[in-house]
Design a protein around this ligand. Sequence first.
Ligand code: SF4
Length: 363
Amino acid sequence: MPNPSTTDSMHTLASDQEIVRQYLDRVNPPEQLSEAERRQLESQIRELMQARNARLVAHYYTDSLLQDLADDSGGFVGDSLEMARFGRDCDADILMVAGVRFMGESAKILSPGKKVLMPTLEATCSLDIACPIDRFAAFCDEHPDRTVVVYANTSAAVKARSDWVVTSSIALDVVDHLMERGEKIIWAPDKHLGAYIKKTTGADMLLWDAACIVHEEFKVRGIKDMLKLYPEAAVLAHPESPDAVLEVADMIGSTSQIINAARSLPNRDFIVATDQGIFHKLQQLAPGKQFIIAPTAGNDATCRSCANCPWMGMNSLQALYSSLLDETNEITVDAVIARQAMVPLQRMLDFAVENKLQIHGKA
Ligand code: SF4
């Protein structure tokens, strides 16, 4: 169970970390392309997308080549929920989802009539891995008096077991709303985001114990050292970062909120605690400003991410082309699970509309 104070849970955490390590060991970074190879692949992908009425939706953390291709070909670049909503609302027959697996699943849940393909089905997420449905369902069953709120970074089956699905930008509002109704909460899977929400709202929350391997590596000491070099810089942090990092942040928010802050704040320099993939959009949308990646543990044994999600990095032009050519790597979601998962997802969408909230999410 996720409570780290018990011996059993220590075993569970150790085995979760081992499973994450095993996934990471299978990650092969894509080969570098020459300029001519890149151009040829891009043109082949464009032709295929046109012939098959396919659109590319890419996450902010994917390679800049994929982001540019999505932007230039009538597709979309954004966070996971924006991607899924764009997919739902566009008239394509095929959605190419460049991101990690739960994003493909969310796209399929919101667009059951479309074929959803991914460059690779191996791209996953440490939060998803560490929240398997069997253990999670058992944990929920032990606390039937609690409302189950899960983050978007979960499998379709975990979403189906929940009462609410939330993204990082709407989580505080939803938890506030539940607290006003006197509800006690189970939160999963990200412990840092959960702790941040619990601290901010004061809600009664039981936290699942999982973390994002990218955000967990940001170090407050390094950020403080960096601030000595850039004293005028604003620190922008994603709430999946550890509490000590959030303590020194000038702004805490989802990927889209970080981009908005970089555009609207008067600072010229920004220290950014989230995946480096976002720098491509930051530089496009806030030209003339300087973005510095928040320091991580460095390239030592403890850091497998160093502000670059290895799974997001598996999305490449080559893999995208192969998947589209043969229409492989299709995402399927069991129809019953999809129907059940749609209920908490729709609850969040309706809540956002009723409360005139923007919904942005992360990975
Ligand atoms: S950046 Fe973190 S939360 Fe996002 S997909 Fe990678 S491991 Fe998961």
